[in-house]
Design a protein around this ligand. Sequence first.
Ligand code: NZQ
Ligand code: ZN
Length: 393
Amino acid sequence: MQNFVFHNPTKIIFGRNTIPSIGSETIALGQKALLVYGQGSMKESGLYEEVMNSLADACVIVVEHGGVRSNPLLDHVQQGIAKAKQEGVDVIVAVGGGSVIDTAKAIAAGSVVEHDVWKFFTGKKSVKSALPVLTVLTLAAAGSEMNSGMVITNQDTQEKFGFGHRLLYPKTSILDPEITYTVPPDYTAYGAVDAIAHVLEFYMTTQDTDTPVQARFMEGLILNAMESCERCLADPRDYGGRANLMWTATLALNGLTAAGLGRVGFPMHMIEHSLSALYDVPHGAGLSVVMPGWLQWYLYQDTARIARLGQGILPSAQFQQLAGQGERAVAEQTIAFLRTWFSKVHSPVTLTEMNIPAEDIPRIAENALGLAKVWRLNQYSQAIIEEILRGCI
Ligand code: NZQ
Ligand code: ZN
């Protein structure tokens, strides 16, 4: 167990009928809000009215910035920053999934500086202050509601970059599982896949394996993501399924899983972000393709770690049967178990399923190198990324 500081300042308000608290929570942070939301689901579900009524009751002045698209774009962030500056807003309210919350955070950082917000993403500038952010989460997936990170695509350079800063943790996040009843099956599955990926990145890249608390916690999160996702797919209005999926996704990337693990990396996300940047695939769908390919490559780097995961997540009868066959067999079956589950929930597991041709692999790898540099994943050369991607065909 490595030394660590765990300090997550986000206040979580979780459960049924929690949306009406948005007004009083917002007015505690500011009087004029930029309301950031997505393409249409918020208005279709009636959530928009509920949010606007609560904000009006609390006398919050609202400036709207809707239209965030999945895999959010830099120019839409820049438009939001211009609006926030012009209107003099003092709080950013995000109502949506990861794309909306990430856009809100980027606006919160960019509204208090004169330079282009993209400089934060390339590491050329660092955040010194930010407007407060409040979120209402509508989709269990990214974990942005309780972390300091954000991911935005620069459409001019085709770079999808992420960065984080402690000033960009949301002050408050409202998580009402009932709002996620309307999330369609594909995004329900992609959300669970994303939560699994967040856990796996840390689980696999830590160099300290004497961390049983973290290991069991993470194995539990993976199993909960699978189980609750299946419940939601069987019955989209299963409150327990939605609630457990939501809290699992939040816990998967709020800093708790990585506490004590020392230096960890995000290599699968590094590669997936290039798939999203170049082909605009949903983040979770890209991850279910990259994860098995990356694990297959990693099998030769650290068989024992993948086998340890198998011990935690394979059905016990299957694990017992494999145990006599050695680490390698357990590790291979663990990768197969994950791949099979992704297919079961209809998340793609090959580039071919996403209509991405094998000839594009060098281009994808070249794109990923940009983020490898920013995230200091120096061991990932173009050749290695291409090798991993060949395992994803
Ligand atoms: O735009 P609307 O109409 O709202 O539709 C959205 C969108 O089409 C829809 N949706 C959201 N809530 C809904 C709903 N539909 C029906 N009912 C609801 N209640 O779902 C679609 C996907 O939304 P999006 O926000 O894009 O999904 P997600 O939450 O998976 O976010 C993906 C983004 O988060 C980034 C990803 O890279 C990607 O850009 N990530 C952010 C992270 C972070 N900040 O920590 C970490 C992650 O690894 C991830 O990279
Ligand atoms: Zn992710």
